[in-house]
Design a protein around this ligand. Structure first.
Ligand SMILES: NC(=O)c1ccc[n+]([C@@H]2O[C@H](COP(=O)([O-])OP(=O)(O)OC[C@H]3O[C@@H](n4cnc5c(N)ncnc54)[C@H](O)[C@@H]3O)[C@@H](O)[C@H]2O)c1
Ligand SMILES: [Zn+2]
Length: 387
């Protein structure tokens, strides 16, 4: 039986092609969707306790009604599920249930669950079918699409993994209503990123729908998810393994990742750090003469209006630089940074320490001048001498 969906986005990758289905309420029809693809048998649902409690029963019932035999593998909430020990536990459960090569793993949850479940699917029996059912905004617009799977290493995030595409991505925007507000707003940073890197019209749509975005309006969200998925699908189809254009998806992430690491992954959640990263990277682009002040002002204004943090912490250049070194995008001492030229148009620029250092100092003195002009000196702790 074919299900009618309001939005269907194809991801064209030859024999690894798949569809992204976006439809409010589709969770209830998930069994029929998978049946329509010719699947049958057992389904290993990988999820966490929070999502299991909210949607586990609904998904299991929908699968059972369509003739599947689902069973659940629970991983912990949060980043600690994205580790080798938890990957091993998922594999143990698959072995214990004697899951066979044609049976499938269904990732039900946010980016953490999707990343670790997808990696398990890529290595168990050298690869079994894998279905993404993302339940956070970050996962619906970003992590569930494109086939990056993996776990963290004690020395860095996402250091171990594989490119492994799902068979299908099933998105139910209704599940976003239970998401904590902080998680919701953080996801909006990735949404704004798509406008900045690829689509000025979409950026303008976001500017015009800030209230709807903040309120998770039903007439706004499915369209927003669809456009983000289309952009990601188009970029991934052209460069599946990130040897070129796919790098543009890292806009805001060079500084963003550095800030996350500097804050020990506690100060900001990912999307918040990406929002700050976009503000900083756009400022760098303006300093290098790549984009106008207007571009920066529009972007920063939207970031603030959706409720994302916009104030940079007081940090030393050496701390920032050191944190940036851990980024996988560092090649032979050059940091490959995505810089906006116009809204909807970015390019990748290799930068050396010296140019980032100059921009940083210049920005610091500008901040100091603003404070002086307002008649206030920054607190002593903030008047750090840069090394
Ligand atoms: N593979 C990729 O291409 C890619 C891209 C971006 C991010 N990521 C990864 O994704 C992870 C971040 O993903 P995330 O932001 O979804 O975090 P997450 O998976 O930790 O989810 C955030 C929180 O929301 C909860 N949650 C999930 N769905 C919910 C719902 N519908 N209602 C209520 N609560 C819900 C989760 O239990 C968790 O506490 C990081 O590990 C990051 O590295 C991967
Ligand atoms: Zn991101």
């Amino acid at each position: 039986m074919t299900i009618s969906v309001s939005h269907r986005v194809p991801v064209s990758l030859g024999d690894r092609s798949y569809d992204i289905l976006i439809q409010p309420g589709i969770l209830r029809q998930i069994g029929q969707v998978l049946q329509g693809m010719g699947c049958s048998g057992r389904v290993a649902i990988v999820t966490n306790p929070i999502v299991e409690k909210l949607y586990g029963r609904l998904v299991r019932r929908a699968l059972t009604q369509a003739g599947f035999s689902p069973f659940v593998i629970i991983v912990p909430d949060g980043e600690r599920a994205k580790t080798l020990p938890w990957l091993a536990k998922i594999l143990d459960a698959l072995v214990a249930h004697r899951v066979e090569r044609q049976e499938m793993i269904l990732a039900l949850g946010g980016g953490v669950t999707g990343d670790v479940a997808g990696f398990a699917a890529s290595v168990y029996l050298r690869g079994i079918p894998f279905v993404q059912v993302p339940t956070t905004l970050v996962a619906q617009v970003d992590s569930s699409v494109g086939g990056k799977t993996g776990v963290n290493h004690p020395h860095g995030k996402n250091l171990i993994g594989a490119f492994y595409q799902p068979q299908i991505v099933i998105i139910d925007p209704q599940v976003l209503h239970t998401l904590a507000n902080r998680q919701w707003i953080a996801g909006l940073a990735e949404v704004i990123k798509y406008g900045m890197i690829a689509d000025k019209q979409f950026f303008q749509y976001l500017e015009q729908h800030v209230e709807g975005l903040r309120a998770r309006a039903e007439d706004v969200i499915p369209h927003v998810i669809q456009r983000c998925c289309q952009i990601k699908a188009e970029v991934v189809a052209g460069d599946e393994r990130e040897s070129g254009r796919r790098r543009i998806l890292n806009y805001g992430h060079t500084v963003g990742h550095a800030l996350e690491s500097w804050g020990h992954y506690k100060k900001w959640i990912h999307g918040e750090a990406v929002g700050l990263g976009m503000i900083q990277e756009a400022s760098m682009a303006q300093y290098l003469g790549l984009c106008s002040k207007h571009v920066i002002e529009s972007q920063d204004d939207l970031i603030k209006r959706v409720g994302l943090p916009s104030t940079m912490p007081q940090l030393k250049f050496t701390d920032l630089w050191q944190a940036m070194q851990h980024d996988k995008k560092v090649v032979k001492g050059h940091i490959h940074c995505v810089m906006p030229q116009q809204i909807g148009d970015v390019r990748v620029v290799p930068l050396v320490r010296q140019s980032i250092r100059k921009w940083f100092s210049c920005q610091q003195s500008a901040a100091l001048n603003v404070t002086k002009a307002s008649g206030k000196l920054p607190p002593r702790s903030q008047r750090v001498k840069q090394k």
